[in-house]
Design a protein around this ligand. Structure first.
Ligand code: ZN
Length: 587
């Protein structure tokens, strides 16, 4: 084939098939307004971004790419590269979702528009702004072969706008978990890609937030969990840059170095550029998605150093939990486990005590959790102001659809003579009702999640409910279990014996497993429609002990409803009348 025909053929061919990083190296210009390093984009500056970007290339079969990251590593620019590549090189409809419509507007104006403008190839493809009906607005960019829609995760309308082959979900940890009752905005957005299932690209990026609530971590954990391994300059052993191996001396962040996990040498930061260049992503798990994790400790020379990280850490340690959370999220790219809200079970084991022989209680309660193959129960003695003494914790094994285990429970109650017994009616409900209906001192209870629901119903509501029921039928007592857990968790943290204090005996039943279960829930903040709300989450699979303790406290208060009204004081102070059996005044 002669020269002429080759030239002719190439003029008709589309651009050669480039990956995102090749495209960016060839075409991307970083504009002065939004980039600290204006000029040509060089993937070699942030070599770890190469594979991430290339997995978003049209020629790569990967469909979902999750990126959990710290700040200052160039992730936003990688995202912009993806957008520009999609417009210019492999055009198709694209949906770009940011946490809010406002943030979408801001990103469009301050980052995307200048980026489009700086790259002639892209600028030519996007319709001219300001022309009438131009198809180039803050929320919409038209180009040959597609449209880019920018929207907020708080806009159901935006998320339903159109089918998309490319989906860019940016800062997903700031997305609401539920959008106006329609479910997760991420799921709504992903549904838009259904028609492109065979060649779609979903790019999900975020700095993580709170442990247990982080969307990006949730997806990363379901991914193949790639981490960037770099060689030690001395022994060449490949390793990840971990915070626990960043060391410094005399509280001087400027001495920060990386401790090689293999040869133990202290690696100075000046080696980082070389290490990053020789680095490679390695999957550390088998998963459904392709996932990348990168902390700011990988930030290239001149951006954010190990000494900066050490300095920020020292400052955060002085300033408290909120700053430490910011450090862990934005520098380490890790979720933050909120301290203090989950109680250390070891501390509770340590304060178990020998009870004196002459303990006396106002009342004793038995609380029962009903499972398929067993009844679990706790006997608690209660003193003034709900100071409590755990007395016994028993597991009665047996099929709870059969009478034997219920006979065992009956025997136990006969033997221990509690003043009240609360049984969870959430499982084998009818059997629980049958048991309760024959024993006046027993209540069937049923937990209700949700903040603002009192542990037991107030007197008036309770009486209304009891009046309404048909004769001889059992209705379960509704329990506000969230309030119950909050009360118990705060009481477990009391260190002074007295009102509310929880005593535990030195007995084999009160072992590590018991305390692990008792502290198995913690209060976390979840966001609903962008608003934070607190919710209890289970931190381990079994948590019977805390549930049973909640039933026990409810039972103590239900016994209170049977007690005669206390005599009014000489100067009536109505608020205090109910204190002995309801209030949590000293919480
Ligand atoms: Zn080494």
């Amino acid at each position: 084939m002669g020269n002429y025909s080759t030239a002719y053929a190439s003029a008709l061919l589309p651009e050669p098939d480039l990956t995102v990083s090749q495209w960016a190296d060839e075409h991307r210009i970083l504009d002065q307004a939004s980039s600290s390093e204006a000029g040509r984009w060089r993937t070699s500056r942030t070599p770890y971004l190469r594979e991430i970007m290339d997995s978003l290339s049209a020629s790569d079969p990967t469909d979902v790419v999750v990126f959990q990251k710290g700040a200052q590593i160039g992730a936003s620019e990688a995202g912009i590269n993806f957008v520009l590549y999609a417009i210019s090189h492999a055009p198709a409809p694209m949906l770009y979702v940011l946490p809010t419509v406002d943030s979408a507007k801001r990103v469009s104006k301050q980052r995307l528009a200048p980026a489009i403008d700086a790259v002639p190839l892209v600028r030519e493809k996007v319709a001219t702004p300001r022309a009438r009906d131009s198809g180039n607005t803050l929320f919409q960019k038209d180009y040959a072969g597609g449209t880019l829609i920018l929207t907020g995760s708080n806009s159901a309308v935006g998320l339903r706008s159109m089918p998309a082959r490319y989906l860019f979900l940016d800062e997903v940890d700031a997305f609401p978990s539920d959008l106006d009752g329609e479910g997760s905005p991420i799921q709504l957005a992903i549904r838009r890609t259904a028609t492109y299932k065979r060649n779609r690209k979903i790019f999900m990026v975020s700095t993580p937030t709170v442990k247990g609530l982080s969307t990006v971590e949730d997806y990363f954990e379901q991914s193949d969990q790639r981490r960037y391994f770099v060689p030690c300059p001395d022994c060449c052993d490949m390793q990840i840059i971990e915070w626990k191996r960043i060391i410094w001396t005399d509280d001087d962040p400027n001495t920060a170095k990386l401790h090689c996990e293999s040869c133990g040498i202290e690696i100075e930061e000046k080696h980082k550029t070389n290490m990053l260049n020789k680095g490679e992503w390695r999957a550390t798990a088998v998963g459904r998605y392709r996932g990348y994790h990168l902390s700011s400790l990988y930030s290239p020379a001149g951006w954010y150093g190990w000494s900066d990280a050490a300095e920020d850490f020292l400052a955060a340690r002085k300033s408290g939990q909120e700053q430490m959370k910011t450090f862990v999220n934005t520098v380490l790219g890790e979720t933050y486990e909120e301290a203090g809200e989950q109680i250390d079970p070891l501390g509770l084991i340590m304060r178990r005590e020998e009870y004196p022989n002459d303990l006396e209680f106002e009342v004793k309660t038995v609380a029962v959790d009903v499972q398929k193959d067993r009844l679990e129960l706790e006997l608690v003695g209660w003193g003034k102001d709900e100071e409590s003494w755990a007395l016994d914790y028993v597991i009665l094994a047996g099929d709870t659809t059969q009478p034997d285990v219920w006979k065992d429970l009956s025997d136990y109650l006969t033997e221990t003579k509690p003043d009240g017994c609360a049984l969870d009616a959430g499982y084998n409900t009818q059997l629980v009702y049958d048991f309760v209906s024959k024993r006046r001192f027993c209540w069937a209870v049923k937990g209700q999640a949700g903040s603002g629901i009192p542990l037991i119903q107030d007197r008036i509501k309770r009486l209304q409910r009891l009046r309404k029921r048909k004769q001889q039928t059992v209705t379960p007592e509704p329990l506000g279990v969230d309030q119950g857990k909050a009360i118990i968790m705060s009481r477990l943290q009391l260190t002074e014996v007295g009102a509310g204090y929880c005593h535990f005996p030195i007995e084999v039943e009160f072992d590590e497993e018991y305390f692990a279960q008792l502290t198995a829930e913690k209060l976390v903040t979840r966001y609903q429609r962008g608003r934070p709300r607190q919710e209890w989450v289970q931190t381990r699979p079994r948590n019977e002990a805390i549930d049973i303790r909640v039933y026990g406290l409810a039972c103590r208060r239900l016994i209170g409803t049977r007690e005669p009204e206390p005599e009014p004081e000489k100067t009536p102070t109505p608020k205090r009348v109910n204190k002995s059996f309801g209030g949590s005044a000293w919480l």
